[in-house]
Design a protein around this ligand. Structure first.
Ligand code: HAM
Length: 414
């Protein structure tokens, strides 16, 4: 048997309604905040990610699904959404639209990861990008939206961790201090860290190797190196979060795995399993890096599979799959035609109606209706068609009553 590739999963009909529930709720949160949905290609030119996400990141160095297409172009399956959305923003001249531009998306992402709990190779992200404002107010707005999503999905025990990683100006001084700290042990770091030492030492803080993590203990912290502008920005974010009574912790260890971040970065972590469900931050240099005007932006993305896992834990009975409203069992040719027309008309009236399409016996039809949890069953044969009358049974109470074989009468008796 051919099996699905490692790190992918099927979303089965038996669970799709949970996805749809989450998607509906999240969509409402975004749309009430003025966000518009965007969809961008599954694959992009590789250069978009190497420039946008950063040459020295794990995502670009180790995790991208990159291939040459038949025309000899280097193509990559998107490992994240921000770079593609920003490319689309520039390419489609969206800078001329009302500012800030508030976008949201739900898209599948692809990363060649070590597969483990909460870490897939194909996964979905729901995210938002707010483009065109440098104000701390936008940082707080997206953080607040993230919180609201957990609230409307009835998911508790999520903690918010924030940090500021400054701008290229303050980072230059910090990187020097970091290099000074790392240098004495550099030969003991892993090969990847060694290659990042000169180009991007902050990435070394993000290394997942135990020995590197240990040596990173006590490293200088970016918060001590922020320039006045970045420091004021972070103070304003913290102050407003406090005023809005949003609990947060400052975690100076958050550097995020993507190079485009500036100033505020944040993560929402599940206290139950320690997994980061949502990650984001400000990225004031990305639009320019990809070829647009100098335009500040901020956003986040949440892993839907991770979100669903916790959602299931706290909402085991909240939603049920939709069941058939009316099943029309029938026997005989004229009854079949009558049942077909009735089912079609009921569906036009937004009623979930079904009938047999397998030419099965009445007994088998009843069995199917029962298995599918039909709320009402109408049984018709040729006599019922002739008299334009039939019995309709309430499958919950067992009560049976006479109805006319019209959509109006059926709907009045539901
Ligand atoms: P990220 O932190 O790489 O950020 O991913 C965001 C979220 O996607 C993570 O917190 C996690 O829930 C989920 N995720 C990431 N990798 C995997 C995986 N292999 N399997 C399952 N879930 C995963 C970004 O992607 C940024 N583009 C977020 C952003 C938007 N920043 C600004 N705007």
């Amino acid at each position: 048997m051919i099996q699905k590739p490692k790190g992918t999963r099927d979303i089965l009909p038996s669970e799709i309604y949970k996805w749809q529930y989450i998607e509906d709720k999240v969509k409402r949160v975004f749309e009430n905040a003025g966000m518009k949905e965007i969809r961008v290609p599954v694959f992009e030119n590789t250069e978009l990610f190497s420039r946008g996400v950063g040459e020295t990141t794990d995502v670009v160095q180790k995790e991208m699904y990159t291939f040459e297409d038949k025309g000899g172009r280097s193509i990559t399956l998107r490992p994240e959404g921000t770079a593609g959305v920003v490319r689309s923003y520039i390419e489609n001249g969206m800078a001329s639209l009302a500012t800030p531009l508030k976008l949201w998306y739900e898209m599948a992402m692809y990363r060649y990861e070590n597969v483990q709990k909460g870490r897939l190779r194909e996964f979905r992200q729901i995210g938002t990008e707010v483009i065109g404002t440098q104000s701390y107010l936008a940082d707080v707005e997206v953080i607040y939206l993230g919180m609201q999503i957990f609230k409307v999905l009835n998911i508790p025990n999520i903690s918010l961790n924030i940090n500021s990683i400054g701008c290229p100006k303050c980072r230059a001084k910090y990187q020097d201090a970091l290099r000074d700290f790392i240098r004495p042990n550099l030969d003991k770091y892993c090969d990847t860290c060694k290659t990042r030492f000169e180009k991007n030492p902050m990435r070394i803080l993000d290394c997942k190797e135990e020995k590197c993590k240990e040596m990173n203990q006590g490293a200088p912290q970016i918060l001590d190196y922020l320039c006045d502008e970045c420091s004021d920005h972070f103070e304003n974010v913290k102050k407003l979060l406090k005023e809005l009574e949003i609990d947060y912790k400052i975690d100076s260890g958050i550097v995020r795995g993507l190079d485009y971040y500036t100033k505020t970065v944040f993560e929402f972590v599940s206290e139950d399993d320690g997994l980061t469900v949502l990650g984001g931050g400000r990225y004031d240099g990305l639009v320019k890096e990809i070829g647009g005007q100098d335009t500040p932006a901020v956003g986040f993305a949440m892993g839907v599979e991770r979100l669903l896992e916790i959602f299931n834990k706290y909402n085991p009975d909240l939603i049920k799959d939709k069941t058939i409203d009316i099943y029309i069992a029938n026997i005989g040719e004229s009854a079949n035609i009558c049942a077909t027309k009735l089912v079609n008309d009921l569906r036009k009236n937004d009623v979930f109606a079904e009938k047999d399409i397998c030419e099965r016996s009445l007994k088998a039809q009843f069995k199917y209706a029962d298995k599918q949890g039909a709320k009402f069953v109408i049984t018709i044969g040729d006599d019922e068609v002739k008299n334009n009358e039939a019995k309709m049974k309430n499958m919950v109470t067992g009560e049976e009553f006479d109805i006319k074989l019209t959509v109006e009468d059926i709907m009045n008796n539901m």
